[in-house]
Ligand binder design. Structure first.
Ligand SMILES: Nc1nc(C(F)(F)F)ncc1COP(=O)(O)OP(=O)(O)O
Ligand SMILES: [Mg+2]
Length: 222
């Protein structure tokens, strides 16, 4: 599907990134839909469907779960982003996609998705940042800031140094920090210049996802 390649306003994207919840069925202790409802009630501002890892759903089961979670997001005015699976994003008319360094570049995805969609790109080095910006990414996911258990092929832990270096150089693209972020270690990520923090386990694996999300929302509101 090709359409115009219009891009969303950067400040709008930035405003949506504050509490970025990422989850798939494998990350949850209870049914994913219930966890997402609670997380949104707690203050999640954007959601990424990331159905990945041992035991992840595939085919029609994955599609049906994605559609169910998208309905919940739409009911609450929360953006619904799909990780990796461009075809799924197109089939559901998702609000955007998030891709890594091994996926199609943002400029190709922009054509495939049509206008008005959000394209997020993972970046780990200044070179990857520069390339993603040149390719027209709408935001960057930078990390892993801390050790993470949610991604078994994660790059080396880098702290907040790249985030703060980019801001010191005057690079203004919207950024979320990712990797091992909890309510106890989120503040340095925001202080380094990230516009939001992205979280999997600290919300999806929480006994009370709503309270967990609310704690992040309070931190991100400061
Ligand atoms: N999924 C992600 N979301 C973000 C976001 F910015 F949205 F917080 N940043 C980084 C990643 C990691 O993306 P990727 O490198 O493709 O690995 P995986 O597909 O295993 O998630
Ligand atoms: Mg990916």
């Amino acid at each position: 599907m090709t359409g115009n390649d219009s891009r969303l306003d950067s400040e709008y994207v930035r405003s949506q990134l504050r509490v970025y919840f990422i989850m798939g069925s494998v990350n949850c202790r209870r049914p994913a839909a219930a966890v997402l409802e609670e997380a949104i009630a707690g203050g999640v501002t954007i959601f990424q469907f990331r159905e990945k890892g041992p035991g992840a759903l595939t085919g029609e089961d994955k599609f049906n779960l994605a559609r169910e979670l998208q309905r919940i997001c739409r009911a609450h005015g929360v953006l619904f982003i799909v990780n990796d699976d461009i075809d799924l994003a197109i089939a559901l008319n998702a609000d955007g996609v998030h891709v890594g360094q091994d996926d199609e570049p943002a400029r190709v995805l922009r054509e495939q998705l049509g206008g008005g969609k959000i394209i997020g790109v993972s970046a780990h080095t200044p070179e990857e940042v520069r390339q993603a910006i040149a390719d027209g990414a709408d935001y960057l996911g930078i990390g892993p800031v801390y050790p993470t258990a949610s991604k078994d092929d994660a790059r080396p832990v880098q702290g907040t140094i790249l985030i703060s270096d980019l801001r010191r150089e005057g690079i203004t693209i919207p950024i979320v920090g990712i990797g091992g972020i909890t309510a106890d270690n989120a503040s340095p990520v925001l202080a380094a210049g990230a516009d939001g923090i992205s979280v999997i386990s600290a919300i999806a694996g929480a006994e009370h996802p709503q309270a967990a999300a609310a704690a992040f929302a309070r931190l991100a509101a400061r």
